[in-house]
Design a protein around this ligand. Structure first.
Ligand SMILES: Nc1nc2c(c(=O)[nH]1)N[C@H]1C(S)=C(S)[C@@H](COP(=O)(O)OP(=O)(O)OC[C@H]3O[C@@H](n4cnc5c(=O)[nH]c(N)nc54)[C@H](O)[C@@H]3O)O[C@H]1N2
Ligand SMILES: Nc1nc2c(c(=O)[nH]1)N[C@H]1C(S)=C(S)[C@@H](COP(=O)(O)OP(=O)(O)OC[C@H]3O[C@@H](n4cnc5c(=O)[nH]c(N)nc54)[C@H](O)[C@@H]3O)O[C@H]1N2
Ligand SMILES: [Mo]
Length: 762
């Protein structure tokens, strides 16, 4: 039997700090994941469950969006995938008794870690106006409550429908259909806080907002640049791909303010050498860049390539637009500014240049280190300029590789979860279902928070996720949420968004990816799309956590029936009964899904078309790949202040906290730590082990405060600091967002450190 959840709140933040490690995975990773899994699931269930992850007849790992290789290992999972599975397949349960025991006012004082550790939600729960306890509510009554509230709105645009990225293609397609049938494009999603900057930059420059490489391309690349990403923690299976690329001759360059262990050396737990031996050294060149310095770095490279004439002229002439203007601007790049912005030495950038000149085929991978800055979109556009210069797109071994987060975040977007849908998508929807979807753009995450704050949005409905904890400016977001008339969460686990509610609230518990999904038409499977545009099936195997759970698909269909009654446009009941019928609809609305039901039944699924990758055609405004010329930007940090990035520890999945350790960074038993360069810390009078409050300073003069962080002297560049999300979201101003994409700039927050007395007597 799995251990019971801790009775009290276990967050006794008393971090214990040792030196950071220089290698990832190996035996400790296997041991650690098995220990965590067994605590949640017991021994037998752990073995049965983990063997099903990412197998062709199994379920898609609810962890990250990294693709599955063609030749799968018996255990095609990683330490953090195992933790994600254990978190969902846990034997712990949150029952109505739990809510009877704990008033919401009490739950609101608990940590997110404690809430998540209570286990799986088991029954629909309702919080009435003025009440302090959730009470069980029958499903039909829950749907009626939502439907009545939606009907009472002055306009459908007063409702907001959020999506996190675990939702299957089938559920996502029906969910956007529901919102648009109601009459709104208010479909914000976690992508707005994540890779939106990548989508914005790629759509403008290459015409497709997705990555252009497949796993084979990584294996065939001569040079892989990994910028602003920590795969050892967040995409551990990517390390196997990097290892294979390396064995086939690739060089790897890491661009990161932090020396992340996984990129230094990888001990592949799938083979003996990795388990017991010293593993594979991955990074050939580590560029320890300052936060937000990447645009300047790539511009400097581009200047040198242009000046050396080391560009692919035939490709540029045939396939691109805007080269001359870009080349002229690149030639004027100011080296002093580049060195200031990057914190690098000229010789380091020269070394990178030499590797680029040596490489026929280059892939650039990136994640949140590039996307969550004010100038994230021009930064990624500069990466595209870099690849275009040498024709590194649309041929084997080369291209753009934005590495997605949530396991189906890319698929959700493909299915139409987007507040700014393309007219062609709406046309196809209209043709298929015979109603006129709204054309006006809807609210993204930041705009939805403003609308709730200002009272112009009144109903907040979430398909998964933890909006309150994941969003920036926690105090503002929580106040906005409390301002809603009704908040509704379709969720697997208890989280903070369930306890910071509107006047009324509902928790609708749902099946997870690991569980068997049986409908009137028999056992169902769902589909997902990974970070490289591969679509495949996911078959749940476990018995549902509770007999009361409904699938996300069923929840949408039943809500639609409660809202629309007899709907002549959409046969909701039939779609709920048989997901093949949903896939038939998708095949007629979404490009690339022809013959969906047949092709997705092939083992391993199929790859979606990608014009730049497949044929070097670029569906942009100019019909070519666009060079873009943007001024070089980098964050300004006032004297005596630090630039803070908010990032993930090894023991969390976004707002889900698995444990209190960040093993590779040498931090144990606590999360309230701030990593500071020793020289900066000394100048600020902050010895290692001292405590400080983090005070965010925003340009409008407002301040935001996060108290009681243990100072850790850490190898981060001068002027840069790091602390974990979501504890530091309180410091990210709502208005501090990336230009164009409107993504919260959570990797560049100006803070002041104020020394305080030690916390918890440590
Ligand atoms: N186990 C686990 N897996 C996950 C997640 C999780 O929380 N846990 N989250 C999932 C999700 S939704 C996402 S989006 C991904 C996130 O995956 P990552 O983007 O790897 O996540 P972060 O922890 O935010 O790490 C940001 C990395 O970028 C670096 N960085 C920060 N700022 C800069 C910069 O200005 N320039 C450069 N070059 N580097 C910078 C940081 O030092 C860090 O290494 O992971 C997904 N997978
Ligand atoms: N400061 C700062 N803020 C950030 C980031 C950062 O780096 N720094 N990263 C941003 C990024 S990249 C992202 S993607 C967002 C993440 O934002 P979200 O996706 O909203 O947050 P998660 O923590 O992933 O959501 C966890 C919850 O999802 C629910 N859940 C899990 N599985 C399922 C399922 O199968 N179905 C349903 N219906 N619910 C499920 C559980 O109830 C769980 O509590 O956060 C963003 N916020
Ligand atoms: Mo993400």
């Amino acid at each position: 039997m799995a251990a019971k959840p801790p009775a009290g709140d276990p967050v006794q933040d008393a971090p214990d700090v040792t030196a950071p490690q220089h290698a990832a995975a190996g035996l400790p990773a296997v041991a650690h994941s098995l220990r965590m899994a067994q605590q949640q699931m017991g021994v037998r269930r752990t073995a049965l469950t983990l063997l099903k992850v990412n197998q062709k007849d199994g379920f898609d790992c609810p962890g990250c969006a990294w693709p599955e290789p063609e030749h799968r290992h018996k255990a095609e999972f990683c330490e953090n995938g195992a933790k994600a599975v254990a978190e969902e397949a846990t034997l712990r349960r949150v029952t109505p008794d739990f809510f009877a025991e704990h008033p919401v006012s009490d739950l609101a004082r608990r940590s997110g870690y404690w809430l998540g550790q209570q286990g799986r939600l088991t029954q629909p729960m309702y919080l009435a106006e003025g009440a302090d306890h959730y009470v069980p509510v029958p499903w039909e009554r829950a749907f009626d409550i939502v439907a009545q509230e939606l009907h009472a709105l002055a306009s459908p645009d007063e409702a907001v429908f959020y999506t996190s990225g675990r939702t299957s293609n089938e559920a996502a397609f029906l969910y956007q259909l529901f919102a648009r049938r109601l009459g709104t494009n208010n479909l914000p999603d976690c992508s707005n806080m994540c890779h939106e900057s990548s989508g914005s930059a790629l759509t403008e420059t290459i015409g497709v907002g997705k990555g252009s490489v497949l796993l084979e391309d990584l294996y065939r690349a001569d040079l892989i640049i990994v910028a602003g990403q920590n795969p050892g923690t967040n995409h551990p299976r990517m390390l196997s791909a990097l290892e294979k690329a390396k064995q086939q001759g690739a060089k790897i360059v890491t661009v990161n303010p932090l020396p992340e262990a996984g990129l230094e050396r990888f001990k592949n737990p799938q083979n003996a050498r990795g388990l017991a031996g010293s593993g594979t050294a991955l990074t050939d060149l580590f560029l320890q860049i300052r936060l937000g310095g990447d645009q300047a770095l790539f511009r400097a490279l581009n200047r040198m390539l242009v000046e050396a004439g080391a560009v692919d002229r035939p490709f540029i002439d045939e396939h691109t637009h805007g080269y001359e203007e870009f080349a002229a601007a690149a030639r004027t790049t100011d080296w002093d500014e580049v060195l200031r912005a990057t914190g690098l030495e000229r010789a380091e950038i020269d070394r990178l240049l030499a590797m680029v000149l040596d490489a026929k085929s280059v892939v650039v991978c990136w994640a949140m280190g590039l996307t969550q800055h004010k100038h994230a979109v021009p930064t990624i556009k500069e990466v595209v300029n870099f690849l275009l210069l040498r024709g590194n797109i649309g041929r084997p071994g080369a291209g753009v590789c934005p590495v997605r987060g949530h396991s189906n975040v890319q698929g959700d977007r493909t299915m139409g979860i987007f507040e700014r849908p393309a007219p062609a998508f709406l046309d196809a929807l209209e043709k298929e279902f015979g109603f006129a979807p709204p054309r006006e753009h809807g609210l993204d995450v930041v705009r939805a928070i403003r609308a709730l704050r200002d009272g112009t949005a009144k109903v907040f409905f979430a398909m998964g996720g933890n909006f309150v904890a994941a969003s920036p400016d926690t105090a503002v977001t929580e106040a906005a949420m409390r301002n809603a008339a009704l908040t509704v969460h379709v969720s697997t686990k208890l989280n903070r968004s369930h306890v910071i509610t509107g006047s009324r609230a509902l928790i609708l518990p749902t099946l997870g990816r690991t569980e068997k999904d049986t409908q009137a038409g028999g056992d169902q499977f769902v589909t997902v799309e990974d970070s490289m545009g591969m679509v495949h099936a996911s078959h749940g195997a476990l018995r549902p956590a509770s007999p009361h759970l409904l699938s996300e698909t069923a929840i949408v269909c039943r809500l639609a029936r409660a809202t629309f009654g007899d709907d002549t446009a959409v046969p909701w009941a039939a779609l709920e009964a048989d997901y093949d019928l949903v896939r038939d609809r998708i095949s007629r609305v979404v490009p690339g899904f022809d013959d969906f039901n047949t092709r997705v039944r092939h083992p391993g699924g199929f790859t979606l078309p990608h014009a730049p990758r497949d044929s070097r055609t670029f569906p942009t405004a100019t019909g070519k790949a666009n060079f873009t010329t943007s001024p070089v930007e980098y964050p300004a940090v006032p004297e005596g202040r630090l630039l803070l990035q908010t990032l993930r520890s090894h023991d969390q999945y976004n707002t889900t906290i698995y444990g209190l350790d960040d093993r590779y960074r040498g931090i144990k038993g606590g999360r309230r730590v701030v990593m500071v360069n020793p020289a900066d810390a000394e100048a600020l009078g902050l010895p290692d082990g001292s405590y400080a409050d983090l005070v965010g300073e925003w340009t409008d003069g407002t301040e935001r405060r996060a108290d009681g962080f243990r100072v850790v002297h850490y190898p981060t560049p001068r002027g840069c600091a790091a602390a974990y999300y979501p504890e530091t979201n309180v410091l990210v101003p709502l208005d501090h967002t990336a230009d164009t994409s409107n993504t919260p700039a959570s990797k560049s927050v100006v803070v002041r450190l104020e020394r305080t007395a030690p916390v918890h007597g440590s």
